[in-house]
Design a protein around this ligand. Structure first.
Ligand code: URP
Ligand code: ZN
Ligand code: ZN
Length: 483
């Protein structure tokens, strides 16, 4: 099990806090059975049918009859308190992890940014400072790499071996901001072959996109929908294929982030069919929203300006098939919220100035349950696998997180499959003035969310503590084991 065992959580008698969840349907990636789950001192210590009351006396008991008892969701792609597009994402580590918790996510892997001229150490310290006193649930970091001199290669080793930062995001898009060239990508990939890290790739052809953007602006095409029209699926497919080819030449695995299109998925599928260790995540926005959203009146299309952009609706079916057949292994959110007022409106007269990103940290589980499990695109076990178990394995958190087993962290969601919710800014907790799914009624949401053995969300109430979240040092990816 990974480093960082939890400090004892004590009740007012000075004993370790204990929690008993009775009669729930325990759902993991592999199993589905009715049992009681006993948690003590932040970990699961017993699972069994009718655990004897005299041996398992708990400070608190939750009757979960009729509900699912699932591992807490793990969101491996969030941007909290992130400077981007001339502003900063609207959720910080407090509001963001509270919203995550309401949605059943008990661990996020966010991104520290190594800006040009700065070290990874500096980036990690900066993001630790943002998170440590604020996060209400556990968190970890990937490192965004924007340049890679020789010293940077050595720092990658230090991050993986000493700091528990075992994954690196590189960009093939956003020239002048984050984009790196193929040689830099290749150097990073090769180094992960030595140190056991994993490269996560933002795969869009930034050069081509930049040219299309400049052309559109010259023609006076400045509305939000031109964001999507200047980032075609082929630009994502090309970059995805190139990223995979580079990883094949380097002889290492690769993980494609926020995959949005059939074009990109085809490249991943072809690679996997050849036996290459290529992996990818998609996000709820690509499964439930589409290019049509950019046609909403006035400036409302700006709500959906993100990269890659929303695609034509037919791509959704292809992505669902990819999820069902394991060509896609993870559902993350790419939560990167910007308010319409004061933030998205920076691009009122020029779509290229609209900060890229949308909120989603709170709605992932309920959307995927409602639109994926209930509509029979995926099974209940696969839902857990995509939202918790494989994210944990892919990013070195398993078996500490991502499953319900004796010895695992007591990060648990009691999920009521019948609990209805109307999604919208009034009911949700993300610090942003719109929601992409406003008015959508979903069935299935958490009734209790447990982090480190403590209930932190109870129905509509947050009962956790600011700063209770811990930085989790991650181990190497378990992807090469054949996910
Ligand atoms: O539009 C997006 N995706 N914003 C966040 C940054 C990124 O590329 O993931
Ligand atoms: Zn990205
Ligand atoms: Zn992102």
């Amino acid at each position: 099990m990974q480093a960082g065992a939890s400090a004892a959580v004590l009740c007012h008698h000075g004993r370790a806090m204990s929690l008993l969840i009775t009669n729930g349907r325990v759902i993991t990636a592999a199993d589905d059975y009715v049992a009681d789950v006993f948690c003590e001192n932040g970990t699961v210590t017993a699972i069994g049918q009718d655990l004897p009351a005299h041996r398992y006396r708990a400070d608190r008991t939750i009757d979960a009859a009729g509900q699912y008892v699932m591992p807490g969701g793990i969101d491996v792609h969030t941007h909290l308190d992130m400077p981007f597009g001339g502003t900063t994402s609207a959720d910080d580590f407090e509001s963001g992890t509270i919203a995550a918790a309401f949605g059943g996510t008990t661990c996020v892997v966010d991104f520290a940014i190594q800006y040009r001229g700065q070290t990874m150490r500096h980036a990690l310290d900066e993001w630790m400072t943002k998170a440590s006193a604020k996060a209400v649930a556990d968190y970890s970091f990937h490192m965004i790499v924007t340049e890679l001199p020789d010293a940077g290669l050595d720092e990658m080793d230090t991050m993986v071996r000493n700091e528990g930062v075992t994954s690196f995001k590189l960009f093939m898009a956003y020239p002048g901001v984050f984009m790196v060239d193929d040689a830099t990508i290749f150097r990073a990939l090769r180094r992960t072959g030595e140190n056991g890290g994993l490269v996560c790739m933002h795969a869009e052809n930034g050069g081509v996109i930049d040219l299309l953007v400049q052309e559109a602006l010259r023609k006076g095409q400045k509305a939000p929908k031109y964001h999507a029209l200047t980032r075609p699926p082929r630009a994502e497919g090309e970059a995805t294929g190139r990223a995979i080819a580079l990883s094949e030449m380097a002889g290492v695995p690769i993980y494609i982030v926020h995959l949005s299109s059939a074009d990109a998925l085809q490249k991943v599928r072809e690679a996997r069919d050849m036996g290459l260790p290529a992996y990818a995540e998609t996000c709820p926005q690509y499964l439930f929203l589409s290019f049509d959203n950019y046609e909403e009146p006035d400036f409302n299309g700006a709500k959906y300006v993100m990269s890659p952009p929303l695609r034509e609706k037919w791509h959704q079916e292809v992505l669902w098939k990819g999820l069902a057949k394991n060509d896609l292994q993870v559902i993350s959110t790419d939560h990167c919220p910007f308010c319409m007022a004061g933030q998205k409106e920076l691009g009122k007269d020029d779509f290229s100035k609209i900060p890229n990103g949308a909120p989603g940290i709170e709605t992932r589980l309920t959307l995927v349950h409602n639109g994926g499990v209930r509509k029979r695109h995926i099974s209940l076990n696969r839902f857990v696998e995509l939202c918790a178990t494989t994210p944990a394995k892919m990013f070195g958190l398993f078996p500490r997180k991502g499953t319900i087993a004796v010895g695992s962290d007591a990060d648990i969601v009691v999920f009521d499959p019948k609990r209805k919710q109307t999604l919208g800014v009034k009911t949700l907790h993300m610090r942003v003035d719109y929601n992409p799914y406003e008015g959508t009624v979903v069935e299935g949401s958490p009734s209790h969310v447990i982090s480190q053995g403590n209930v932190i969300v109870e129905g509509n109430r947050f009962v956790g503590k600011k700063g209770a979240g811990r930085f989790i040092k991650r181990g190497p990816s378990q992807a090469p084991a054949g996910l």
